[in-house]
Design a protein around this ligand. Sequence first.
Ligand code: ZN
Length: 137
Amino acid sequence: MDITGGAQKVWDIGVKLRDSLRDAEHKTLIAELMNAVADVKMEAADLKQENLVLSEKLTDLQELKDIRKYLRIDRGTYRLDDENEAGIAGGIFCTYCMDTKKQLVRLSIVQGKNKEGNCRCPGCKNMFFARVDYSNS
Ligand SMILES: [Zn+2]
């Protein structure tokens, strides 16, 4: 039984006790007990939600850690080859966003139609002069 189920069981017992009692003082004590249990239930629900969010963040960080194994530095950018085991399309990525915000942000080509050109991170807006023909390294 999880904490929410346990709190619910205590609540249900409290209801039965309250309804079976005739003594006002005991009914008041039971009511206080039930209020405390209601607080525990709400706190448990909040903790479950927080746990869910943290679990998702942990999964994201683990995936990011796995991706970092396949990245390499190239002209101040991170580069991921087209054929990689990370399971994402190859390209060039922002070092600033990865190193500071733990985000893999693909750079956008903003200038140059040849094999070299300027790239910009759509996240942090940093500019990079990077080889954009990354499929032919
Ligand atoms: Zn960036």
